[in-house]
Design a protein around this ligand. Structure first.
Ligand code: AP5
Ligand code: MG
Length: 218
């Protein structure tokens, strides 16, 4: 099975992806996390991606598609995988449909209004040790200064500054929202209400996944 998490920045793709990964043991492939790791390691990909990411713009389709194609080919993806943040342009979605053809694909479009997104992203902190997603002062997973899972230091992403958040939302509405139409024309598209607690949202995701229970067993 291939699970695609669509939805605007801050809608909870990473948070819900972590929950699905834990419950169903499919690896979560986050295009943003892979790109941030490449930036950190100063690889050629990271060097090309960094300026686009800091401005809240998308990295070129070519670079991202090659990165995801390579990751999907790894042995841990044989039983299935979760795509978090990919695809996010029509050319990426078209290229993805040619990769791993024949595999069952479910698309969850997690929808949250822009005002709630701005609040969530301003409060988000990431563990510098294990990458776990936290929230400060937002009723989210943690108000602590260190990660509950590994004790690592919590940091703010460079693109979670107010002016960059606003631009990421503009980019989403212009370039990624059209994917709703692309996927709605297929039988696999599920709209998920993204407001409510993390558990509420995950219950909505699980209600859909359980209808495919025979395909979730490894
Ligand atoms: P990426 O890392 O994918 O960022 P994004 O899409 O902007 O999404 P986020 O990670 O910001 O949000 P999320 O939906 O994962 O929400 P989260 O679960 O963290 O991409 C970053 C950049 O990389 C892009 O701008 C681009 O430059 C580049 N890039 C990546 N993919 C690309 C691609 N395919 N093509 C081209 N370029 C690409 O939750 C957010 C916060 O809310 C957290 O603090 C969380 O704790 C909290 N929260 C979650 N759920 C709830 C809830 N139910 N209630 C309250 N708080 C909640
Ligand atoms: Mg994310």
């Amino acid at each position: 099975m291939r699970i695609v998490l669509l939805g605007p920045p801050g809608s909870g793709k990473g948070t819900q992806g972590e929950q699905i990964e834990k419950q169903y043991a499919f690896p979560r492939i986050s295009s943003g996390d892979l790109l941030r790791a490449a930036v950190q390691e100063k690889t050629p990909l990271g060097r090309q991606a960094e300026a686009f990411m800091n401005r809240g713009e998308l990295v070129s389709d070519e670079l991202v598609v090659d990165m995801i194609r390579e990751r999907i080919a790894a042995p841990d993806c044989r039983q299935g995988y979760i795509l978090d943040g990919f695809p996010r342009t029509l050319p990426q979605a078209e290229r993805l449909s040619g990769i791993d053809q024949g595999r069952r694909e479910l698309v969850f479009d997690i929808l949250v209004p822009d005002e709630a997104i701005i609040r969530r992203l301003s409060a988000r902190r990431i563990c510098s040790g294990c990458g776990a997603i936290h929230s400060f002062h937002s009723g989210g997973s943690s108000d602590a200064a260190t990660c509950a899972a590994c004790g690592g230091r919590l940091i703010q992403r460079d693109d979670d500054r107010p002016e960059v958040i606003k631009h990421r939302l503009e980019v989403y509405h212009a370039q990624t929202a059209p994917l709703q139409e692309f996927y709605r024309n297929r039988s696999v598209y599920h709209r998920i209400e993204g407001l409510g607690t993390v558990e509420d949202v995950f219950q909505r995701v699980k209600d859909v996944l359980e209808t495919y229970s025979s395909e979730l067993k490894h």
